[in-house]
Design a protein around this ligand. Structure first.
Ligand SMILES: Nc1ncnc2c1ncn2[C@@H]1O[C@H](COP(=O)(O)OP(=O)(O)OP(=O)(O)O)[C@@H](O)[C@H]1O
Length: 291
């Protein structure tokens, strides 16, 4: 994440509601009902077509066309400021929360353009969960943290079952099952991040966006998160921004390389990107000649 002024705007919104779920009127139809969910393993579930983003007059993304396959881990890498986080935020329309941001182009989830006027961003964020760089649990119990998204949207469910399932999927259940009423803030950093992952998956999204989810964690917690991401891809489509090229190489199936100017320079199987990239600038970046 950047430390610029408007990024701070997002950060402060996130501190009110890191899921973005209460920030938009929920009293409208989702508009997403028509979007077919892809069912074949290699089908793209997210498809960006000609996405460009500006912050006031500064262009952050330039005409990005990219298809993210279902049930795979897709990594976004590139030097600082090349637009990786901006792209991630296009997928769940978190850029809507930044006054200066303007998005052009089409972004499909299943068959539906999420920028269509009839799409409710809150319903979209139920289908596209997000985990941020710094673990940001609410000052609430572990249980209430997990249930937050469901309750805020008035979704009825067997809450005990959702809590158990989500914490199991986030590989946290065994560590917290006897202390569900304790504050989420009392957990370690790595546990807090897994709690945030449990919160993101509780509404059963299709896509999970992760913006440098391990960069604030120690090596052991990082490795737990990496193992978890691998497991999560069986159930969800994961799109992850990372600064750490080794991490991208370890955990992702596909890699998108963004370079300065907000350009997507190469997108391919991770192995191909790291072993035999087509583009000389990508090779220079991967081999550490710049960035
Ligand atoms: N909220 C914002 N307001 C204004 N400009 C922004 C905002 N967020 C990002 N930018 C600008 O957009 C460009 C892309 O930023 P972005 O954070 O998407 O890049 P990034 O590749 O994720 O960077 P990093 O790796 O440092 O997190 C940068 O020039 C940044 O300064």
């Amino acid at each position: 994440m950047n430390n610029n002024e408007s990024e701070t705007t997002v950060a402060s919104d996130e501190s009110k509601d890191p899921t973005g779920e209460t920030l938009v009127d929920t009293d409208v139809s989702s508009g997403l009902e028509g979007g077919d969910r892809s069912t074949r393993p290699d089908d793209p579930i997210v498809r960006a077509e000609g996405i460009s983003v500006w912050y006031d007059d500064d262009q952050a993304l330039d005409d990005i066309t990219l298809a993210i396959p279902e049930h795979k881990v897709t990594a976004m890498i590139g030097p600082s400021g090349c637009g990786k986080s901006t792209f991630l935020r296009c997928i769940n329309r978190m850029n809507d929360l930044i006054d200066a941001a303007r998005v052009e182009g089409d972004l499909y989830l299943g068959g539906k353009n999420v920028y269509d006027a009839d799409v409710d961003p809150v319903a979209l964020r139920r289908r596209v969960g997000m985990v941020f760089q710094k673990p940001n649990p609410f000052p609430k119990s572990i249980r209430e943290n997990v249930l937050y998204g469901l309750k805020v949207q008035g979704i009825q469910a067997d809450y005990d079952q959702v809590v158990e399932e989500s914490l199991k999927r986030a590989a946290l259940w065994d560590e917290v099952k006897d202390r569900l009423d304790e504050s989420g803030l009392e957990l370690s950093g790595g546990q807090q991040q897994r709690l945030c992952i449990a919160r993101a998956i509780a509404p059963d999204p299709e896509v999970l966006l992760m913006d440098e989810p391990a960069s604030a964690l120690d090596p052991i917690a990082t490795s737990q998160i990496e193992d978890l991401i691998d497991d999560l891809a069986e159930e969800y489509t994961v799109a992850i921004v990372t600064h750490n090229m080794q991490q991208a190489a370890r955990i992702s199936d596909k890699t998108a390389v963004f370079l300065t100017g907000g350009e997507l320079v190469e997108f391919d199987d991770t192995q191909k990107i790291f072993e035999n990239p087509e583009n000389d600038r990508v090779e220079d970046y991967i081999t550490g000649k710049f960035g």
